[in-house]
Each structure stands twice: as C-alpha cells, then as structure tokens.
Design a protein around this ligand. Sequence first.
Ligand code: BES
Ligand code: MN
Ligand code: ZN
Length: 489
Amino acid sequence: MKVTAKDLGKLEKTPLVVVFVTEGVRPQLPAEAKVPAAFAKDYEAKPRATRTTFASSGPAERVLLVGLGAAKKVDVEGLRRAGATAAKTAEGLGVARAVLRVDDKIAKLAGGPEVVGRALSEGAVMGSYRYSHGKSKPEKPKCAQLALHGSGAAFKRAVKKGAALAESNCFTRDLQNQAGNQMTPSALAAAARKLATRSPRITTKVMDEKGMRTMGMGLLLGVSQGSTQPAKLVHMTYKPKGRSKGKVCFVGKGLTFDAGGISIKPSAKMDEMRYDMSGGAAVLGAFHALASVDVPYEVHGVVACSENLIDGNATKPGDVHKGMNGTTVEINNTDAEGRLILADALTYTGKKIKPDTIIDLATLTGAVIVGLGHEVSGIFPTTDKLRDELVAAGESVGERCWPLPLFDMHKEGMKGKSGDLSNIGSPAMGAGSTQGAAFLSYFVDDDTEWCHIDIAGTAWNTADRGWVGGALGSGVGARLLIEYLETRR
Ligand code: BES
Ligand code: MN
Ligand code: ZN
C-alpha cells in the first residue's frame, strides 16, 4: 500500500473519495462531488459504519462515508480503525486508488492533525496487510494507492511517518508469518543483513556457531545442538545523525521453531511455535523503521536465532551447560529454551555493547497469557522511569504493556542443584512469567537499566481490531520500540 499526503484542495479525479463523518454532523462532501440527494439521509456516523454511492458527476466516481462516532469520543484507536475501514472498503470495492479527505474539523479531533494524520495512515497501511509468501499464486491487492488530503505541513509529515511505522509493523508480520522451514535462523539473520542496505546508518554483523564457541556461549549452543540448522547471533547497529544522547540495546528471542526439545510440546497448536521468533522479528522491525525515522540514540539490536528440536544430539533434561558469563545452568526442562538463548545474548550485550538501557522482547512463557491475555504484554522494568515510558509508549501505539513483579525472592528461586541456576523454578513457586524474568536477571548487570517484555500473548492470535489482530502475527513491538526511543528521557 502506497500512502501519499497532499493539500486539501479542489478534489482531483479519483475512482473513490472517502469522507470521515462524526455523529450529529452533516457529512462535508467535497463541493465537486454530485451525489443523490438522499445519499447521507439518516446516516448516523456510528464508529466504522460505511455508506457508498456512485457520484452522478464530478471528479470522483464514488463517494464513501466512514463513521467516527461522537466527536468528543474519537481517540487514536478509533482513528486507526477508521483508516483500516476506509482502506478495506476501498479494496472491497475494487478501486485502484482512493482519496481520503481530512477536513479541518476532522483534523482537530483526538489531539490534532499530527495524531489524526498518523493514525489514519497507520490504520490504512496496517489494515491492508495481507500475508502471501506461502501462496503459489498470491492474489494482488486491487487498491494499491491512498492519498490523504489535509491541511498543513505537520499533517503531511504525520501521514508519511505513520506509513513508515506501519510498513515496519507489516515487515515484522511478514517475518513472523513465514513457516518454520522458510524462516530458519539463517533466514532471519539474512533478513537482518538486508536491513543494513536500507540505510547508511545501519550495519549488521552476524556471528556463526564457531564465533559463539569462541565466546563460550554454551547456553545458546546447547539449545541449538538438537537442530541441523546452525544458530546465528545477529548484531545490528544504528548510528544517529547528530550527537548521541545515549546507548540503547534491544534484544530479541529469535527461536524460529520451538518443538520443546526432549521435553516435547503437545502436537495441538505446535505449528504456532513458528511464531517463537516474534521478539527477534520485533527488533528487526524496529531497525526497519530506523531506516526512515531519526532518533537521537545509538541503537543496537541483538537477536539470538535458533531452533529447539529433538535429535540424538539434543540437550537432555538435567544436562548442564555453561553460559558466556561463566554461569552454569542445569536444563531441567528443555522447553524453557528462550531464557537460555537470551541469557547469552544478554551477556554479549553487556560485555560488547555496554548500553545504558536494555530492552528484551520474547515469547517467553505461556503463563503471561493466563495473567494478561492477548492484548497486553507483560513488562519487568528495573526502574520506575522505564516502566512509565513503556506503559505510555504502549498506550500511544496501541500495544499495551503492564508491569509484573520481579523480586529478589523470585531470583533466589532459580538457583540450581547441580548447576548455579536451574532454567525452571519449582512448581510451588508459581508465577511462570516472573520465573523467566528472574532467570534472565542473572545475565544483566545490576546497574544497567533493563526491561524484559514477555510478548507470548500479544505476538499472534490477538483480537481483531481492523488494523491489526487475528490468527496471524501481530507485528507487536516494532512500533512500541520506536515510540519508546522517541519519548525516552
Ligand atoms: N515459546 C514458549 C512460550 C509460549 C508458549 C509462547 C505458548 C506462546 C504460547 C517457551 O519457550 C516455553 O515453552 N515456555 C514454557 C516454559 C516452561 C517449560 C517453564 C511454558 O511457558 O510452558
Ligand atoms: Mn519452549
Ligand atoms: Zn520458546
């Protein structure tokens, strides 16, 4: 979907013009479009209610009304959904392009032109997403071009930015949705390499298993040893235009398929474990956005890419492996593999990058779905500042985050018997998501600001919100991380 921004002038020739309408207001149709007199009769402008007609004359062939509900209640989420409704309806009508009119009254809603321009454009692009990689004859979208017409430079900038961020979300979804045999650790690393060609400010290094062995990454290698696919450790770097205000590192779980290992998962829904690389996909998605959005930080992205399978060489329950920081871990459940590959990625981050802030994203535990469901990611921030920044960023971009507890007693519960740590806590301890975070805490310096984000619930199978949601990947994380960088203090 190509989205452009233009001034709200005289209506140009177009197969479809979209007009947004709030409740109790007569639809402001462009003067040039002649429609049947009764077209807008009794149209109530309920949220996402649509009505279309052919114009009898004028530059627009058809007119589409999209309802926004009561003006006072219009928020960013409602605008994203309206943008998606406009794009999807245009696609359904089969038009090749459409003009979306944003008159000055609509531009004043929900915080003004910047909010409106970005939300409509994001909603339209994300709402138009379709996954076609697996199909032998992918269906081409009919409506490939949307022009948002509104007033002012801020509106136009916001439209462009919304489109760029939405594209990053779609890029993330494309990585997630590919099958396990397509999106292998090597393929994920190749996608990261390719991102560096999008901007001179981005570079990518990929470490292979030989390098990992030299660095002593026994935990990442221990997970991968049951797979014929070699593990990869991706390290992307973004250098800002001007002086850097600090160093931030995003770390992702790029587990391209999680069968559970010898502690094998049940077959039902095991196919969904191709999404177990969603944290890594989100980190790549953020770098996709950094090719077009400037931020004043040096940003690093580290993704541990691996597969967790079953094989004669696979790690067995009870095996002990040593991590890059020297910590030994007894692997009492080979299905708790995400924390193992992240452990070495976090050690690498602390030793080689030394960031001010680390944020890791991982589909780490089924337990977070029990606690927070599919619409909220669980966060474990080490500072109140980082907690507030992530909760606020999540709210802005529609990817909500909520803090979960991580105390010293939880960390103590991860001590091992035959190794320093165990990769699972005792059943009596409970709090499965906290156990995962507690394990990870042993691989981050106490004085580094850090947040673990568990996206196991939000990465796929989320509620259908028009612009995102449904059975496939949600692309969660990419827009969240950029919003975080833009609002970080
Ligand atoms: N990738 C899974 C977590 C997961 C499960 C994500 C279901 C989404 C849906 C992770 O590697 C895992 O298997 N976690 C175990 C940990 C347990 C063995 C301590 C889990 O959550 O059951
Ligand atoms: Mn697992
Ligand atoms: Zn996993």
